[in-house]
Each structure stands twice: as C-alpha cells, then as structure tokens.
Design a protein around this ligand. Structure first.
Ligand SMILES: [Ca+2]
Ligand SMILES: [Ca+2]
Length: 245
C-alpha cells in the first residue's frame, strides 16, 4: 500500500523538467542562393514566448538581400523556397508577382512538433519562427493574413505586415502562438495569404517551432484518491507508533 501510495504521490507531485526544444523545418539557404553571413536566428527568441509576443533576428524587419527569382529544390521542405502571391491576384507590385513559377496562395506549411512533447507532458508555450522573404506591406499596402490551424492570428498577421523588405530580402522573426489553437496531434498548420490585389509576392526560407512543456494535470478524482491514501498512511503510521509505545 505504501509503495502504491508513493508512486501515486510521485505522479501527483511530478514537477517535470519543463523541457524546451526547438525544431527547424526547411534549410537556411537564403531561398537556395547559399548561406547567410550571420545565422539569421541570432538575436531572436526561439522558445518560451507568450502569445502575441514577437522578436526579430539579426536582419531586423528589412532583411538580408539576395537574387531572384528562385524555385524550390525537390528535397526542400514543402512550402519553403517557393514564391507565392495572393489567392486572388489581380495586380503586380513586384518582381515575384510576375515570376512564372509563382503559386497562388494560401501558402500552407504543416509543422509536426510531436517529438518535442514528451509522454505525460503538454504544451505550455509554442514559439513559431518564420524566415519571412519579400514581405512589403508597408510599401505596397497589400495586406497579409495569417492563420494557425484555421484560426486567424491577429498578432501574427500584424507581425507579417510589419516587415518592410524593399526588394528580395529575407529576415527571421518569432512569435508566441496561443496554446488554445493547438491540436492534440501536435501538428501546426500555418497558412499565409494576401488580400488587396495579391500582387506583393513572398516566400519563406525556413521555419522553427520551439516548445516548452508542463506535466499533464491529473484528473481531480485521482488527486482526491492520492490525498485519501496519503491521509490513510499517516493515520496508520500514527497508529503503529501508538501501538509500539
Ligand atoms: Ca514582395
Ligand atoms: Ca530554404
């Protein structure tokens, strides 16, 4: 009985290591043109951000300049290194939007972060990192819209619309995602589209997901049972002591 109780108490009181880890999806290859002089995630917070809180890496909101156009390699992560335009394109604001290899939005990227969530753990925070490329809302005024798992994310949308990459430029930023929109399968579906005339083309070089976790709470009934067992053990211990006197 004591051993069982100790096991249950250990489970009930398990604080967990609150592990944190980061996964990268796609390669940091400047949309296929090579390598960055400085790791673009430098200075950005990759894990632990509260919902709506954002950071930018070393290339800021302006980005690192590169050539264009480009197309994904066969082994590129699906959705990366690919030029997109709005789902209802009716104009052309930049070179990307005229490139023959462009795809109509929404850009959908599926990110499985299940390996970051251990058994008995649940997601406490999820930090999404995106290497934004050629996002030019401040210049052209064609608004981006971003959703997570089908739910519009106003903070992430505002973040995407804050990049002012005047030309083919890429920079990395991160933002905290509301855990309430996450799904039990630990698969995040990012969708980026653009309104207006849809003619401000864009791409994503790579992405990251950083997760911190906490133990899954025990059901209330089990907590009560553990408390009851602990009380019973205490009563028996007191009774044993009394009997030995
Ligand atoms: Ca653009
Ligand atoms: Ca890439």
């Amino acid at each position: 009985m004591r051993q069982l109780s100790a096991t249950l108490l250990a489970a009930a009181c398990y604080a967990g290591a609150a592990p944190a880890a980061v996964m990268q999806y796609g390669d940091k290859d400047v949309l296929g043109f090579g390598s960055y002089p400085t790791d673009p995630v430098t200075g950005a917070t990759l894990e632990g951000l509260a919902p709506g809180v954002s950071t930018v890496g070393t290339y800021g909101l302006g980005g690192f300049s590169h050539a264009f156009p480009f197309a994904p390699d066969p082994d590129d992560y699906a959705g990366t290194d690919q030029i997109y335009v709005g789902s209802a394109q009716s104009g052309n604001e930049d070179g990307y939007s005229s490139y023959s290899g462009r795809l109509a939005g929404p850009q959908v990227v599926t990110l499985d972060y299940g390996s970051l969530v251990g058994a008995g753990q649940q997601v406490a925070t999820l930090t999404l990192g995106i290497a934004f490329d050629d996002f030019q809302f401040p210049n052209f005024g064609e608004p981006y819209s971003v959703s997570i798992n089908g739910v519009a994310d106003t903070a992430l949308t505002a973040f995407a619309n804050s990049f002012n990459q005047t030309g083919p430029r890429v920079s990395f930023g991160t933002i905290g995602i509301d855990p309430g929109v996450l799904t039990p399968d630990h698969i995040l579906v990012l969708a980026i589209d653009q309104g207006g005339n849809g003619g401000d083309g864009w791409a994503v070089d790579f992405l990251t997901v950083g997760v911190t976790t906490t133990p899954v709470p025990l059901p209330g009934a089990l907590v009560l049972a553990v408390s009851g067992l602990a009380g019973l053990l205490g009563w028996r211990r007191r009774a044993d002591v009394g009997a030995s006197l």
